[in-house]
Design a protein around this ligand. Sequence first.
Ligand code: ATP
Ligand code: MG
Length: 399
Amino acid sequence: MTHSDPSDSFVPAAHPSTWLGVMGGGQLGRMFVHAAQAMGFKVAVLEPVADCPAGHAADHLLVAAYTDPKALAELGEQCVAITTEFENVPAQSLSQLAQQAFVAPAATAVSVAQDRMAEKAFFAQCAQRSGVMPAPHRSITSQADIDALPDDLFPGILKTARMGYDGKGQARVRTRAEVVAAFAQMQQVPCVLEKMLPLAYEVSVLAVRGADGQALVYPIAENVHRDGILFTTTVPSPNVTSECAARAQAATLEIIAQLEYVGVLCIEFFVLSDGSLVVNEMAPRPHNSGHYTIDACVTSQFAQQARAMAKLPLGDVRQHSPAVMLNLLGDLWFVAGDDLPREPAWEALLALPGANLHLYGKDEPRRGRKMGHVTFVASTLAEAEAHCASACGLLGLAS
Ligand code: ATP
Ligand code: MG
């Protein structure tokens, strides 16, 4: 018997003085460590790089490859429950951990999110009940697949089926010849060609499900990306209609239930120019667009993850303050024409009303690297937006 089945009651609810484990040492792991420790848990992190954001905060850091059987055994021995902070953790490692501890989310759910084709097939299946479909798409693994592409998929976006993030592993293609070139550029790894859709805006829905099957959704968040990386998240979404928000939340609840998922999950959607809703992808973990929950909701996405994996009651998802989250990328450390990094104007930033600064403890700023975020909370969304715009001005970002 393994402990990966969410209906399994073999592992009792964990007491907040026991150990929880995390696969991965990035900023999501770090914020999870902070939230779990605040509740009294001790946290162990497994990560191959010793100098990592979560490692600086963890009670125990295991420096090892994600597939190292000895390290996995040690983590499984120490912890009552284990989660992951990035979706590309080898599903095999989660299965091994499930022999010793409660693993949430389970390897089966994570592996669906790891493969865009499996993910889209799963979304299409859930759409039979939710009515929310993924973008029209085809799998590309050979020249024959390219030859067989229907004309109405163009213009499109070619995406690698696995390992894509922050817009990496993607190419925009207008013709079959461009697909051939982009597919060659991607070393002919399995890809998905998606029809380019007329996006009005992008939204995401964060959800959590307990081992008992209870599921909750957070308010809908509206996301703006720049250069393929999340720039701001605004909640509540200023543009989405309440009808569209309800459809996205219902589709998310359908997906999380069908997956028999335990823990925090985030689903990204597109709202098209005609108002219709399309499901894009899911992250089997807390998500960048859910960072605002730390400062603006009763229970943060990270505290929620600790509760779900420990089989404790889920927390209240209510948002108590309108919020705008601004990502802080390494670019902010570089002034035009100067190669040496300098610290951004934190004092001025923190003087803005409602500013909550979160830095991830990364020493080396690099362009495009997520160094931290700041969330502005206020009594009205307009105020939070105005303070975020001021922050952009201070930091030299066009808002
Ligand atoms: P991340 O993991 O950072 O969310 P990703 O690299 O996995 O990103 P996607 O979210 O699928 O990739 O795509 C990145 C961005 O590209 C989307 O946020 C959206 O702006 C744009 N995009 C993706 N697919 C489409 C599409 N079918 N039509 C129009 N725009 C798209
Ligand atoms: Mg995305």
